[in-house]
Design a protein around this ligand. Structure first.
Ligand SMILES: [Fe+2]
Ligand SMILES: [Fe+2]
Length: 189
């Protein structure tokens, strides 16, 4: 499916506020993609689809996890908040006929982040967190980082996420720690 077909499909199935969120993420991701000369159409599509499973209940997600034979490890079973990302990637293949691995990975890892994310995946991770409705975040400094050094923007957002998870005494997915470590090790701070 192309961007417009996916948009029409999602408009029918998603809750209104969620649909508006994915449109904003798609638009923010497009802006960053243009600056970095990334495949804009693919990024816009990834942004649009990333939360396609977010409106499901945990029970519904559970049955989709079974349907798509997604295997969750012990840690992942204890973080229901991230299930929609794994299910969303499978739905992208199944319903929206996406076979581009970068798009699928961007959707699959938009919640935890991962060292498997390329630049496109990082853009989606970032866009999801800084779209204009996320008011709690100081976006001005982040936008400066995005233009200057996208990995530093990623690191900043990962740190915020980890601080939140620690504060709330929530389980941390190893992928989140692994990608944070990689950014720091690659920099040789
Ligand atoms: Fe999400
Ligand atoms: Fe999102």
């Amino acid at each position: 499916m192309d961007f417009e077909q996916i948009q029409n499909e999602l408009k029918k199935t998603m809750k209104k506020n969620r649909y508006q969120h994915v449109c904003r993420v798609s638009a923010v991701a497009e802006q960053i993609a243009e600056y970095y000369h990334l495949p804009v159409e693919n990024i816009k599509i990834a942004g649009l689809i990333h939360d396609c499973a977010k409106d499901y209940t945990f029970a519904q997600l559970n049955s989709l996890i079974n349907k798509y034979k997604i295997s969750l490890n012990e840690v992942e079973r204890h973080i229901p908040k991230i299930w929609h990302a794994y299910v969303g990637a499978e739905m992208a293949k199944d319903i929206f006929q996406i076979d581009n691995q970068e798009i699928l990975d961007a959707i699959r890892y938009h919640s935890t982040a991962s060292v498997r994310l390329g630049l496109m995946g990082k853009v989606i991770y970032i866009a999801d967190k800084i779209e204009p409705n996320r008011k709690s975040i100081k976006t001005k400094e982040l936008w400066q980082l995005i233009w200057k050094d996208i990995d530093m923007a990623m690191l900043e957002l990962l740190d915020r996420e980890l601080r939140y998870l620690i504060l709330k005494k929530l389980v941390i997915h190893p992928d989140t720690l692994e990608v944070r470590n990689k950014i720091i090790i690659d920099r040789d701070f």
